[in-house]
Structure formats: structure tokens, C-alpha cells
Design a protein. Sequence first.
Length: 130
Amino acid sequence: MARRKSRTLTEVELEFMQVIWTCREVTTEDVMEALRKQGRPLSDGTVRKMLSILVRKGYLSRRRRGRSFLYKPRRGKQEATSKMVVDLLKRAFGGQASLMVAALIDSSALREEDIDEIRQLIAEREQETT
């Protein structure tokens, strides 16, 4: 069975976007070098293919500079990550945010500082709605 096309960023696409959000405008070579420094050496063809996919999905724009292209983000990190969270909420938790939060609270990934920050965010949100 064919794999369904992801509406949000895949794990590899997110790696690429992290590099591009940091650099703001990049060439294929810039991306290759940044990923190589992160221990992820990829071929020129692989990087070009992934950048092409990100352009097609609307996450990047590109413009010609000489014989190569410059790529820059069309969507900010906040927008992209919010979309990923909403997608996860719908697919994994049936749209029930309380189940998602409960899973996060039960995970070992949550630190006491995180809980304090979450409390603050909830308090701020409650003040906005009153």
C-alpha cells in the first residue's frame, strides 16, 4: 500500500526547515554543510530533492541566483509547528486536547520547570478570555 502524503512536515523535512529557519536564506550547499555538521551527510541529489518537496508543499520559496537557487522559508517556525501539533491532536487523540495533555504529563519528558511554564500559560489564557 502506498504511503499517504504528509500534510505536515516529516521528520527529515523538519530537520531541513530547522536549518533554513536558522539561516533565513540558503543554497543547497549551505543545507548540505549544516546537516553534515549535525552528523547527517547527504548527497547533493538528496538535498535537492528534499528542497524541491518543501517548495511543492509550500514551506519554501526559491529564486535563481546565477546557476543555483536560493531558498527561504514561506512559513515561519511557529506556523509550521502549530500545524504539526494540531495534526497530532486530531490523528492521535481524536481532537481531545485533554488526552494529549494527559499523555504529555504522564511522559518522562516533562520537567518541573515545564509544568510551571504551562501553569503560567494557562493563567495568561484565562485572563485573555475573561
